[in-house]
Design a protein around this ligand. Structure first.
Ligand code: IYR
Length: 222
């Protein structure tokens, strides 16, 4: 196929009247407030919001533009409960021997355990699947590239957009996650990547008292 190009449409910014320094400072301040939240409100969110959020996630760049992802949006109480029960079963094993002492020690400050109430409380659960390869229309296998990087970036887009709307989320990994593909009838080329509850934070939500690394430690200038 001959390559074809079209003019680039330059991005418009939401901070039209501010200079770049002021705008970036404001955006940074907003993003610094993002936290992983484990106590959700059951307050409903319009389906259109989730539609728009998934559109944002699916706008992420991907290896050779293969878009190797599927976002399963779950609102069914019955399916949420099945997912929660299966996740708690795996996590019970994780917290009772499958995770190393060092790992358990590292998790202490988050107060996590095998109970995963948020799976049935949050109005939406999005299970993100990565397509390790494509199944073409004729049944043959198609190659995907940099799948983990691509799907990770899409999830980053999603988390950032959720936060900018004043909603909260959690990157949950009830490992091993094979039960998710089974429960959601996903084909053999799809592997669960992340389970992301989306909603409002509970009124009395608390988060761990932890700090981020200072910028000087993570940004090196050459
Ligand atoms: N998947 C487990 C354990 C866990 C792992 C990490 I890395 C965390 O940041 C938090 C928890 C769970 O969800 O409880």
């Amino acid at each position: 196929m001959q390559e074809q190009f079209k003019p680039f449409v330059h991005p418009v910014n939401l901070y039209n009247n501010k200079d770049l320094v002021a705008a970036s400072s404001e955006l940074s301040l907003l993003m610094q407030g993002r936290r992983s939240v484990r106590t959700f409100s059951d307050k409903p969110i319009p389906a259109e919001v989730i539609h728009n959020l998934v559109s944002i996630a699916a706008s992420a760049p991907s290896g050779a533009h293969k878009q190797p992802w599927t976002f399963c949006v779950i609102t069914s109480d019955e399916i949420k409960l099945k997912i929660r029960e299966a996740a708690e079963k795996e996590e019970f094993v994780n917290y009772h021997g499958r995770m190393s002492d060092e790992w358990l020690q590292d998790l202490k400050k988050f107060g996590t355990d095998w109970h995963k109430t948020f799976i049935t409380t949050a109005p939406y659960i999005v299970v993100v699947f990565k397509k390790t390869y494509d199944i073409e229309a004729d049944g043959s296998k198609g190659k995907n590239y940099y799948v983990n990087e691509s799907v990770g970036i899409a999830c980053g887009f999603l988390l950032s957009a959720i936060h900018q709307l004043g909603l909260v989320s959690l990157t949950h990994t009830p490992s091993p996650m094979n039960f998710l593909a089974e429960l959601l009838n996903r084909p053999s080329n799809e592997k669960a990547f992340l389970l992301i509850p989306i909603g409002y934070a509970a009124d009395d939500a608390k988060v761990p008292d932890i700090e981020r690394k200072p910028i000087e430690e993570v940004m090196l200038k050459y």
